[in-house]
Structures are given as structure tokens and as C-alpha cells.
Design a protein around this ligand. Structure first.
Ligand code: NAG
Ligand code: NAG
Ligand code: NAG
Ligand code: NAG
Ligand code: NAG
Length: 585
């Protein structure tokens, strides 16, 4: 979709947030020092422009939990004492905080009870440390996205808002915080903002132009804290959005009818999709997007789940995936899976688990989305004995397998209109299995000076190493694909060469013209192909070995990686997976 200037801004901000050290520390930030592991060390807290350590009096696991969570680890393994990670030197002679007592539920260490800044009776031999659970590191920290929908004048209007002078319209944000008063009615907290009718007349929601002079908006306690910034946005059309404020702002933008804000905040929300490895929040965001009719957010959720389908099928939410979500995933050609047989297997077990709640028609509707002609021939032979549902849907399987055989044997005689007619059935998805793809782990590629060792790791499919004596020709990996299930082509193995260029120096050293870096190259080495096959290949970027953050097509064998990744990644050591996709034309 086209990017408005405002979303360009957003992508710019994202690009910057990927730089590792670009973020200035803020009051109350914590960090770990004195250890080579990022998940353990001496606790230091930022206060009045300086980092200071924390005293170990009363230091225990609930304090460590808060520190680890503040650092985006999901939990703590241990709270350590007596300066096990060395003594801090940064904060004068004493510790910053002493007698820290967290309940464990706090968001930040500064929110915990303590004897106060610099008030303590200990020295640096008592510096506290933590060991966090390294496995559960969330990949993205809270970033700030500055949205600017203003044209001109906005600063001046911001001043008018801030001063509150001559305001004539009261906006009350009212919550019920859950506690009941003695008479049984829920207790409410209110926050009233005085605004200007002249501005609010621009927004029909407030009815300021038809003579109203106040309005009450119901919000929950969390969202109440963003009421000032959203009303200020009505004046300035500028707002800073973070992952933590995004849900509230999205909801308020929807309520106030602020379409542009609604959509852009939806995009910020979609950037946070990789944050949850359990897929719980992706599915609930999908449901929320459907409910609020944010189609861009809905599509982004579905796309993320399609790209990371294999992880989704292994996640706890898989069994309870909403039917219509599963249906829309299975229609997609950008579903990333080892091969089509994998899709059939996971769908069959999903249906088997949910058999009682699905009608026979619903099961058939789902099974029809399997691209049987893409299933390797040897798997088709076994289908009748291996399939969980063959006997329950005999007709469908017979027809589909027959159609697949016909394609395998006769594909070169099928006409274009016959192929088109069958929708996606003859079109590969993005297959990452053996006969379709290879992978290069870019973190193992050395840039200059050259090293003579290259390691290419097949993502999820075992690994192999290469050692070049000298000189190393290039980072090029060659691999073979077959025209998959097509029996008639079994002998026509295709040989491909795949390269990753991390920098433009890498390109020029290999004599390749790159218009930007990083870039990936995929070229076919043999040229004896039948003319009715065309390749629509893809390169996939896997971030931190965890999730696919970008998929791009090739143009003239090259794919220049777009710096505005579809889903953000904290570093650029991607695994590049090259997926070959033959299409029959
Ligand atoms: C609800 O608000 C009242 C009054 O502001 C406060 O005393 C009470 O602790 C709040 N309850 C919760 C659960 O936050
Ligand atoms: C809010 O507006 C209504 C009518 O629009 C009026 O009756 C009421 O007094 C107003 N409340 C305040 C606090 O101004
Ligand atoms: C957004 O944050 C930046 C940097 O902290 C600040 O300069 C700017 O005023 C903020 N904008 C708004 C609308 O709050
Ligand atoms: C408040 O509402 C927001 C937006 O709908 C939601 O994300 C958040 O979880 C809610 N918070 C509470 C405490 O219910
Ligand atoms: C699938 O089965 C699980 C329990 O096994 C159930 O909770 C879930 O709602 C079912 N899903 C559908 C779409 O019927």
C-alpha cells in the first residue's frame, strides 16, 4: 500500500530505533554491567544523568523479577549479592538505591519501595546483581513512534492547548476502577480537561458545533493516563506513540473518529507483533482488529501468522485458532512452510482435534485449500494409509489426488486456462523444505578482511559447513532443487547459486552491482529449462533465529533488502532463506 508522509515518518523512526546505541537513557532505566552475558550482571539504575548501582540489603528474587522484566526478559533466575559482578564505580562512592523492596508486580525498579536515592548505609562491596532467564528475552523494547499529521500552525495551537486560556469545553475521562463503594456502585476516577470549542468543532464526535459544552468519555484506568496526549493531538495533530500506549490510543482514535491516527497507530501495533512467541497476542489482536474494522491491522496480523506459520502450528493457541483465521491463512500463497504435505498434516490434525465442533462441509472447505498438486509424488502414494481423514472424506481425497497425478504427469500439456481455472492449486506457497530452498546465516559471514571459513546453516533442517582452503571464491552457496513432485522432471535437477552481500564492499569485491546493501542474489546455473516454467522466487529474512521479519521477491536475480522491514528486528544478522518457486505458465 502507498505510504503517506506520516507513515514514512514512522518507518524512519523505526529505522533509527534499530540502531543499537541510539537510545538515550531515561530516568529510572536499568542496565546490567560486569558480565559478558547480556542476561546477568550488576544492576545499575539511571538517575539524574548518571548510572548507579543498587545495594544488596533486602535484595531478593522479587526485586530481581522487576529488573529482569524491565529489561524485557520474562523473569529472573536468581538475585545475587556481595558484588559478584564487581563493584560499580559510576555513582559516587555509594549505591543509588538501598533497602529495595519490590512486590514483584512493579513495572520498573524505581516504582519499588526503597530508602531513597543515595540514602544508604552500604558500600560497593554490597552491589546487587541479577541473573535473568536468557531464553525468554523479548525481542523488541518499547520504542517511540512520532506521528505527525500536522500541516502548519500546530506548534501555536499546542501552546493554546497547554495554556488552557479561554477554554470553554470540558472533556471528562471517567473510569470505574473496579472497586465498589459501600452502597455497591462502582467507584470512579475522573480526569477533566478544559479544551476549546473552536478546535473541537473540527471533530463531530464532541458535538461542539451544536451547542454542547461538555462530554464524558468512558475509559479504563490504563487509558486514562493518555487522555491529555490525545486531546492535545486534536490541536496539534502530533503525538508520540509507544507499544504500551498504542492500544489505548487506537481505541480512543476509533471512538473519536480520528481515522488517520487510528490507522497509523494500528501500524505501530503491528510492528509489535514479533514480541510474543506464544502467538496469544497475535490472535487476540487479530480478533480485536476484526471487531474494530481496522483492516490494515487485521491484514498485518494474518500476514505475520502466515510468514511464521510453522511456529504458529507449534504454539499453544494453534488448537483454538478461530476457523475464519485458519481459513484465510490457508488461502495464502505467502504461507511459509517446509512443503505442502506439512500443511496437509497440520490441517488434518487440527480438524481431528476439532472434529466434533466442525461440520463435514466446514472440514471439506478447509481441505479444499490444500494444494494437492504441490505435494511430492511419493507422499501422494502413501496418502491413503497415512492420512487421518482419507476415509472420512474419500471423494475429496480421490479427486484431489487424481488431479495431482494428472498435473504431475501431464503438466506440460495442460493449457494456461486449465491452470488458471484452478485458482492457487498449481501455485507453490513459500516452501522452505529440502528440495525447495537453502539458507545462509549472515551472522556467520565475515566481511573484510576475508576469512576462509563459511558456514551455511539450513534453518531447521540440519546444517553443513564449508571450508575453502584458499582463496575463498565468495560467499556463494550452491544448491539444488528439483521440480518437486513432477515425476516427468525428476531428472531435471536445477542448480542455483545464492549469495548474501552484507555491505556494498562485499558487492564490489564480488563484482556485483548492488544499488543498496544488504542484498541477496539468486541465479539459476543451468539453462535447459522448459519454456512453460517461470520462477517467482523469494528471499526470507529470519530475525534472531526466531521469526520471519521480511520477505522479498527478486528482480534480475537480485533482492535489495528494504531498510524499512515489515516487522522490526533489533539487529541485522538475519538468516537469509532462498525459496525457489516454479510456476507453470
Ligand atoms: C480505586 O480508586 C480509589 C480512589 O481513587 C482508590 O482508593 C482505590 O485504591 C482504587 N482501587 C484500585 C483497585 O485501583
Ligand atoms: C454539560 O452539558 C449539559 C447540557 O449540554 C449541561 O446541562 C450541564 O450543566 C453541563 N455540565 C457542566 C459540568 O458544565
Ligand atoms: C515526542 O517526543 C519528542 C522527543 O522526546 C519530543 O521532542 C516531542 O515534543 C514529542 N512530541 C509530542 C507530540 O509529544
Ligand atoms: C484498558 O484498555 C486497553 C485498550 O483497550 C487495553 O489494552 C488494556 O488492557 C485495558 N487495561 C485494563 C487494566 O483493563
Ligand atoms: C478446537 O478444539 C478446542 C478444544 O479441543 C476448542 O477449544 C476450540 O474452540 C475448537 N476450535 C474451533 C474453531 O472449533
Amino acid at each position: 500500500h502507498q505510504n503517506s508522509p506520516a507513515t514514512d515518518w514512522l518507518f524512519l523512526a523505526l529505522g533509527e530505533s534499530r540502531g543499537r546505541s541510539s537510545r538515550e537513557p531515561k530516568e529510572g532505566d536499568v542496565r546490567l554491567s560486569g558480565s559478558s552475558s547480556p542476561s546477568e550482571g550488576r544492576v545499575e539504575i539511571y538517575h539524574q544523568g548518571q548510572w548507579g548501582s543498587v545495594c544488596d540489603d533486602d535484595w531478593d528474587l522479587s526485586d530481581a523479577q522487576v529488573v529482569c522484566r524491565q529489561l524485557n526478559f520474562q523473569g529472573a533466575i536468581d538475585a545475587v549479592t556481595k558484588a559478584r559482578y564487581g563493584q560499580g564505580t559510576l555513582f559516587f562512592q555509594s549505591c543509588a538505591l538501598d533497602d529495595v523492596g519490590c512486590s514483584g508486580q512493579e513495572q520498573k525498579l524505581v516504582s519499588c519501595r526503597s530508602s531513597g536515592w543515595g540514602v544508604n548505609n552500604c558500600g560497593h562491596q554490597e552491589d546487587a546483581g541479577v541473573i535473568c532467564d536468557p531464553q525468554s528475552m523479548l525481542t523488541l523494547s518499547d520504542s517511540v513512534f512520532s506521528l505527525d499529521h500536522s500541516t502548519t500552525l500546530s506548534e501555536d495551537l499546542g501552546i493554546i492547548y497547554d495554556s488552557g486560556t479561554a477554554c470553554d469545553f470540558l472533556i471528562t475521562f471517567q473510569t470505574s476502577n473496579g472497586t465498589k463503594q459501600e452502597d455497591g456502585t462502582p467507584e470512579e476516577t475522573t480526569n477533566t480537561i478544559c479544551a476549546h470549542k473552536a478546535i473541537l468543532m473540527l471533530y463531530p464526535y464532541f458535538s461542539a458545533s451544536v451547542g454542547e459544552n461538555n462530554i464524558t468519555v468512558s475509559v479504563n484506568t490504563t487509558c486514562q493516563s493518555y487522555s491529555t496526549s490525545i486531546i492535545r493531538y486534536l490541536y496539534t495533530r502530533q503525538i508520540n506513540v509507544t507499544y504500551s500506549s498504542a492500544m489505548c490510543l487506537h481505541q480512543l482514535a476509533s471512538e473519536f473518529g480520528l481515522r488517520k491516527l487510528f490507522e497509523d497507530v494500528g501500524q505501530v501495533i503491528s510492528k509489535s507483533l514479533p514480541n510474543d512467541a506464544s502467538f496469544y497476542s497475535q490472535v487476540s489482536l487479530y480478533k480485536y482488529a476484526v471487531e474494530t474494522k481496522d483492516l490494515i491491522l487485521r491484514d498485518s496480523c494474518v500476514q505475520y501468522m502466515a510468514w511464521n506459520f510453522q511456529s504458529l502450528t507449534g504454539s499453544p493457541v494453534w488448537a483454538d485458532l478461530p476457523l475464519e483465521l485458519l481459513h484465510s491463512l490457508l488461502t495464502r500463497s505467502d504461507l511459509v512452510v517446509p512443503d505442502e504435505y506439512f500443511v496437509l498434516q497440520v490441517l488434518e490434525s487440527w480438524i481431528t482435534n476439532n472434529g466434533s465442533s466442525l461440520s463435514s462441509e466446514q472440514q471439506v472447505d478447509l481441505l479444499r485449500l490444500i494444494r494437492f498438486p504441490m505435494i511430492p509424488a511419493e507422499k501422494l502414494y502413501d496418502l491413503e494409509s497415512k492420512s487421518l481423514l482419507f476415509s472420512a472424506h474419500r471423494d475429496l481425497y480421490h479427486d484431489s489426488v487424481l488431479k495431482a497425478y494428472q498435473f504431475i504427469v501431464l503438466y506440460s500439456t495442460l493449457t494456461k486456462s486449465q491452470l488458471d481455472q484452478e485458482n492457487g492449486d498449481y501455485k507453490p506457497r513459500i516452501y522452505t523444505g529440502e528440495t525447495w530452498s537453502t539458507a545462509i546465516d549472515s551472522s556467520k559471514l565475515s566481511s573484510s578482511p576475508r576469512r576462509h571459513y563459511y558456514n551455511s546453516q539450513r534453518y531447521g533442517y540440519g546444517s553443513y559447513n564449508r571450508y575453502y582452503d584458499s582463496p575463498p571464491p565468495s560467499s556463494q552457496i550452491s544448491f539444488h532443487t528439483s521440480l518437486h513432485g513432477i515425476a516427468a522432471c525428476e531428472n531435471s535437477r536445477l542448480t542455483w547459486a545464492a549469495n548474501v552481500f552484507k555491505t556494498s564492499d562485499d558487492c564490489s569485491r564480488e563484482g556485483v552491482h548492488c544499488s543498496s546493501a544488504p542484498a541477496a542474489k539468486l541465479s539459476m546455473q543451468n539453462n535447459n529449462l522448459r519454456r512453460n516454467i517461470r520462477f517467482d522466487n523469494r528471499v526470507l529474512l529470519t530475525c534472531q533465529n526466531k521469526y520471519i521479519c521480511q520477505i522479498q521477491a527478486f528482480r534480475n536475480n537480485m533482492a535489495h533488502i528494504d531498510p524499512a522491514l515489515v516487522y522490526p528486528c533489533p539487529d541485522d544478522n538475519y538468516i537469509y532463506t532462498f525459496a525457489v518457486r516454479p510456476e507453470f505458465v
